[in-house]
Write a protein that binds this ligand. Structure first.
Ligand code: NAP
Length: 341
C-alpha cells in the first residue's frame, strides 16, 4: 500500500492544524489528505507538505474511501460523525470526551497500552491531555511499585479550551492593562491575570467533571480500578502547556533516585530535574515538545511510600495531536486497520 487516505475532521482547530504538522514531521504514509471543518471554516486553505488543501464542510459523504479519520472538532461533531465514519469503513481516532469511557472503545496512550486496540470496533479514543501528562510518567513507576493513590493539582492553559479561549485571554490581558473592564465568555470568570480553580462543570460531589474523568481515565488506561485519584483542576493564564503537581502513594516504600532512573528510561518522558541550577519543566519549554517533561522528583517526607513530582506537557501536541497520530501509526504497523466495508 502506498499510503492511507486520511481525513481530519476539525482541521482548522488548534489540534487539527497540529495533526497536519505531526503527519508531515513523522512522514506518516498519507496517500491523500481530506480536511473538514464546519461551514464557518470551509473554503479556507491549509498547507500539507507545502501544498494547499481546501477545507470542506463535514458531511455524511466525507468518509467514503477514507482509511483513517482523525476527529479534532467538538463533542457534538464526534458523537454525530465518528460512527458514520466507522460505518463507511474508516478507523476513527477521536480526541473528544464522548467515547473515552465506552467499554468497547479502547482508550489509548500508545507508549502504555497499544495492545488494547487489537479488537477495536472502529473507534479508538485519546485520553484527555491531563490524563496523558499524568499517566505517561506514572505508568513505568506503577509497573515496578503499584500505585495506590494519587493527589494531583493541575495547572491548565487557556488553549485547553480551544483557539477562541486563547483569544479571550489575549483580549482580557489587553483590557486589564488598559484599565478596562472584562467580560468572561468561555471561562466562568476573568482569566487574564487570574487563576480559576474550575475546569469543566461541577458535579454533586463538589469535584468537576474534568477532575472525575482524570481518575476514571487513569484507571482505564492502567487497567487498575483500585487506583484512587483526588484531583483539583485549575485554569491558569498561560496560552499553551499544561502542568501538574502530582503526589503519589505507592504500595511499597519508594526511593526518589530509583524513581528518577526509571523515568529516565521511560518512552515519551523526559526528565528535566536539577534544582542546583533551577531546572524544572515549564509550560513554555514544553511547548512544541513530544514528551511529557518531569521534574521536582522528590521523596514525600510525610509518607515512606510517597513521591512528589511536577510535570509539563504541550497539551495540543502530545495531549491530542501527536497521541492521535501515534495511535494510527501503531494500529497500521500491527495490521489492525480493519479492511474497508
Ligand atoms: N486543545 C487541547 O488542548 C485539546 C487537548 C486534548 C483534546 N482536545 C480535543 O480536540 C478537539 C479540538 O479541540 P481544539 O481545542 O483544538 O478546538 P478549537 O481550536 O476550539 O476548534 C474547534 C474546531 O471545531 C471545528 N468544528 C466545529 N463544527 C465542526 C463540524 N461540523 N465539522 C468539522 N469541524 C467542526 C471548528 O471549525 P471551524 O473552523 O469551521 O469553526 C474548529 O476548527 C476537541 O474534541 C477537544 O476535546 C483538545
Amino acid at each position: 500500500m502506498d499510503g492511507f487516505k486520511v481525513a481530519i475532521v476539525g482541521a482548522t482547530s488548534l489540534a487539527g492544524q497540529e495533526i497536519i504538522r505531526v503527519l508531515e514531521q513523522r512522514n506518516f504514509p498519507v496517500s491523500s489528505l481530506h480536511l473538514y471543518s464546519s461551514g464557518r471554516g470551509a473554503g479556507r486553505h491549509l498547507y500539507y507538505n507545502h501544498q494547499p488543501i481546501q477545507v470542506g464542510e463535514t458531511g455524511t459523504n466525507s468518509f467514503s474511501n477514507i482509511d483513517i479519520a482523525f476527529f479534532v472538532a467538538t463533542d457534538e461533531v464526534s458523537r454525530h460523525f465518528a460512527p458514520r465514519a466507522v460505518d463507511s469503513g474508516a478507523l476513527a481516532v477521536d480526541t473528544s470526551t464522548v467515547f473515552r469511557m465506552e467499554p468497547m472503545v479502547p482508550l489509548i496512550i500508545p507508549e502504555i497500552n497499544p495492545d488494547d486496540m487489537k479488537n477495536h470496533q472502529g473507534i479508538v479514543a485519546c485520553p484527555g491531555c491531563t490524563t496523558i501528562e499524568m499517566v505517561l510518567p506514572l505508568h513505568p513507576l506503577h509497573k515496578v511499585n503499584p500505585i495506590k493513590r494519587i493527589v494531583v493539582a493541575t495547572y491548565q492553559s487557556a488553549s485547553g479550551l480551544g483557539s477562541e479561549a486563547m483569544d479571550e485571554l489575549t483580549l482580557q490581558t489587553k483590557q486589564v492593562m488598559a484599565a478596562e473592564g472584562t467580560m468572561p465568555r468561555l471561562f466562568p470568570h476573568q482569566i487574564g491575570f487570574n487563576i480559576l480553580p474550575q475546569v469543566g462543570v461541577f458535579m454533586d460531589s463538589g469535584y468537576t467533571r474534568e477532575e472525575l474523568s482524570l481518575g476514571e481515565e487513569t484507571q482505564k488506561v492502567l487497567h487498575d480500578p483500585d487506583i484512587t485519584v483526588s484531583a483539583t483542576c485549575v485554569r491558569v493564564p498561560v496560552y499553551i502547556g499544561h502542568c501538574a503537581s502530582i503526589n503519589v502513594e505507592f504500595s511499597h516504600p519508594v526511593d526518589s533516585d530509583e524513581a528518577e532512573d526509571v523515568l529516565s528510561e521511560a518512552p515519551g518522558v523526559r526528565v528535566i530535574d536539577d534544582p542546583t541550577v533551577n531546572l524544572y519543566p515549564q509550560p513554555w519549554t514544553a511547548t512544541g515538545m513530544d514528551e511529557v517533561l518531569v521534574g521536582r522528583i522528590r521523596q514525600d517526607f510525610t509518607h515512606p511510600s510517597g513521591l512528589a513530582m511536577w510535570v509539563a506537557v504541550d497539551n495540543i501536541r502530545k495531549g491530542a495531536s501527536l497521541n492521535s497520530v501515534q495511535i494510527a501509526e501503531e494500529i497500521t504497523r500491527r495490521g489492525w486497520l480493519k479492511s474497508r466495508g
